[in-house]
Design a protein around this ligand. Sequence first.
Ligand SMILES: Nc1nc2c(ncn2[C@@H]2O[C@H](COP(=O)(O)OP(=O)(O)OP(=O)(O)O)[C@@H](O)[C@H]2O)c(=O)[nH]1
Ligand SMILES: [Mg+2]
Length: 387
Amino acid sequence: MNRLLEQNYLIILYFQIILKIYLVQEVRVGENGVLETLQPNCLYPADMNYLCRLMENKNFIDYIRVFCRSGHGGAGSKHFMRTKFNDHAGPDGGDGGRGGHIILRGNKNTWTLLHLRYMKNLLAENGEGGSGNNCTGRSGKDIYIDVPLGTVAKDDTTMEQEAEILEHGQEIIWIKGGRGGQGNAKFATPTNQAPEHAQPGEPGQESWKVLELKVLADVGLVGFPNAGKSTLLSVITAAKPKIASYAFTTLTPQLGMVEYRDNKSFCVADLPGIIEGAAEGKGLGHRFLRHIERNPVLLFVIPADSNDHKKEFDILVKELEEYTEELLHKQFIIGVSKSDMLDDELKEAIVKELPKDLPVVFFSSFTQQGLVQLKDVLWANLNPEGE
Ligand SMILES: Nc1nc2c(ncn2[C@@H]2O[C@H](COP(=O)(O)OP(=O)(O)OP(=O)(O)O)[C@@H](O)[C@H]2O)c(=O)[nH]1
Ligand SMILES: [Mg+2]
């Protein structure tokens, strides 16, 4: 017995070693498999796989594909009443019950689709058939899916948007259950007092559907990895994102609320870094750009120590454009981070490089310099009428 266990243990160990060798070969992130050695500009698809695997462990799920079927309607009943003294008392077949709906419900207490991750099939209950004595069948139970605010429901084949949840408690019947059939009592007419037919119930709808989360924030932070986005989020909000001096520290979007003056506040979303070629799938690709689709203001975070600030800004804009041109209609603000490294002369030189028609703010999360001004500019752009 002990020998058998020992053998099993050795087999498991062997597979673990093979798996480790495979991972290290595949990810190309150095012998110890640590991300610190990752150079953002030479990411391979395999690196991306590795990043995606890490991302999945973060419990932030923003995309779910699920098979849905609403309930079939119950059949109407064909029934004739018989009483003690009347064998032909007329039709009394009741209607069938409706099939269960699949309903989306907004819930502000959930912020990812993680709880739906293992739900591969959503099958609503069928309606029950009608019965004699004009009894209507019971309707199938509806399925309620609690989703975070900002969730969009789509059809998997056409990718057409079918529903969007924006408020807490909002309910949308996403997939309608089939209508119950009418019983034969409904078909009685003066000329046909004993109808022999009743309607069958309508079938439910079934197909593969997609739920996509697009987080709701006012300002989106866009920038290369290591630009200082998360550090900014950590100093202007109470959020505690991971900060480190290597690329792709942030693997999932992070949200934080900025407390502005007079009890006003706005929401900022820190996104994983974008690199040149994201459209072709480099780095984390465009996977997270959907989270800035709804942000009215985009803050481009460009580090002071960048070799070419204008080029960095242009690459970011180009990547956004490749994702969707609609992002270009948003309000852009340029924030030069790590400005503690700059003196006035350098600041002037950088301003000259950058586009003249966009607001440029220099800030440092370390020294807190420029943060008040940055919040003012963000607020002014979020509320152009000055409300
Ligand atoms: N000197 C200086 N360094 C900063 C400042 N803000 C951030 N850093 C440093 O820049 C490095 C990257 O900071 P992060 O905030 O993790 O950068 P990020 O843009 O979130 O990076 P990713 O999550 O990888 O996209 C860290 O080592 C920070 O300590 C700053 O204001 N001044
Ligand atoms: Mg970060």
